[in-house]
Design a binder for this molecule. Sequence first.
Ligand SMILES: Nc1ncnc2c1ncn2[C@@H]1O[C@H](COP(=O)(O)OP(=O)(O)OP(=O)(O)O)[C@@H](O)[C@H]1O
Length: 608
Amino acid sequence: MTDTDNTGGGFHVLMRIIRMALEYRWLIAIGFVFIVGASIFQLFIPLLIGNGVETVEQIFTSENPDTDALRWTLVTIAGMLLGSALLRGVFTYGHMYISENLAQRLGYRLRMLYYEKLQRLSFAYHDRVHTGDLLTRGLLDIEGVRAFASRGMLRVVYLAIFVGTGTVLMMREDWQLALISLSFVPIAAWRSIVARLQTSRGWRRYQEEMGQLTKIMDENLKGIRVVRSFSAEPYELVKYDISSNEAFNRAYQLVTVRATNLTFITLAFFGAMSLVLLVGGLKVLDEANPFSLGQLAQFLAFMSIMQNPVRQLGMVVAGWARGATSGKRLFEVLDQVPEIDDKPGSKDLVITGGVLRFEHIDFAYMDQFGDEQVLTDVTFEARPGHTIGIVGPPGSGKSTLAHLIPRFYDPIAGRILIDDQDISEVTLASLRSAVGVVEQDTFLFTTTIDNNVAYGDPWAEHRSIESATSNAQMGEYVERLPSGYGTLVGERGVSLSGGQRQRLSIARSIMLHPQIIVFDDSTAAIDAATEQRIRAALQEVTADRATIIISHRLSSLMHANEILFLEGGKIVERGSHAELLEQGGKYRDLYELQIRPEDDNFQTKGEV
Ligand SMILES: Nc1ncnc2c1ncn2[C@@H]1O[C@H](COP(=O)(O)OP(=O)(O)OP(=O)(O)O)[C@@H](O)[C@H]1O
């Protein structure tokens, strides 16, 4: 996968969001009807005010006025004004409701697409990108796009229709006054463009700073025990304060640009209004000119109702800038092509015997620190009923090797086969259901024990859950809990020890009866006696399956049929326990160090 940015500039991003919104055509069509309705009834208001003032003017100026008729006309106009205002309200409500509804649907869709993408992105991507950053994009950036859809998309159509029709109507009345009325529009447009340019980069930086804040808080909460035990709260506070200040200053800058923009536009608007009053007033006073007081009132009323939409222009522009920035950051993730995915036409893995074979595997993590090779020419075979033990110094590549089996990463050379099928050619789902990896770092979800154990098979019978938990030597403990298997674990649940968590994690993996099961240092937190009991209990489960045990503790893997000693990513020694002792190499040294002093007579004890 590449991190290349193919999302294009702000305009392309906004067009892409609009294209996504256009999928809700019906909603947009209804929204459009509401917009037209709202504009028409809004525009009726100044016309009616103008007519009303004209009628009053006639009452005053006519020499022999039919005042009763004129009064009725006035009452009718007032009634129509009220009706227009009501209908304008109804249509505006509809248009705002539709805009929000559309925005929420778009937000929901983007959230689901984003979450679905997070499920598929490869581990290499997650290694590169911090969780806090991904969280910010999934929350704040989606909100930015949603806000653009809600306030920037349909509203701009409304503004265009409203201002456009208003202009035509005013031009028909008096083109000179109309031009003066609209003289603020170019100023507003120019200021808005300037603001857009000033804020677009600012929004991006702001979103990044919010990502940084999320990162710091995320790490602080995850590492809360380290923070407390090192009394590092003041340091953490300062760190957060610095980042928070950066975000604050950025937000302040953005608000300043927006406020300046708005002030400028409003000032230009009132400047134009003063001119209309002056020039229009002079026209009314000019007896040679047929321009009436009612027409002047109409112009002023036009301008008054335009004030709000024009002010909104500034907000719309800010919404565009944020929408473009947020959309770009979202699409950067959505456009990532998962490195590890089903190849076109790949078939499900078919287990015939359950033989796993590594053939000359080389591997390197392609990260920002380079592409140093972590595994070199690793070849071995794990047959059903057999156990392969992997031992070696820290960083020798043991976990990496384990992660290649379910294709968390792909090797750079060589092949991994299960029953002679290249694992890169089969579907990921079928591969991962055949391979169970019990990790050293156990993760439990905030839910009940039975839900955690049955995570891979939510429809599992309770009997199977109990049996897996008992095999992992957790059955008795769970049954003693007041709510038994219904006890909540995870962040808000009962606190489990490291070893208990590992045992639940073992239960979760063996529940699925994987054909190949890998224990990656997954008993490190379990005492040797319990570990032996687990191994004895699992003997039946693993009798016809290939088992790989990675461990620093020799007693965990001395019973394996073949033991691989990894160093610097290469298998430097291999053989059974007895053969390796015989060889008198690194394995023997380790044995001398770990076991010999307390167990001179392993042969009988190790074969549990
Ligand atoms: N996600 C990763 N991205 C980049 N490099 C990594 C990653 N994971 C491990 N490495 C590097 O690969 C090498 C092998 O790591 P690995 O975790 O496989 O060793 P290990 O033998 O399992 O170590 P340990 O016994 O400490 O668990 C190390 O140098 C490590 O720094």
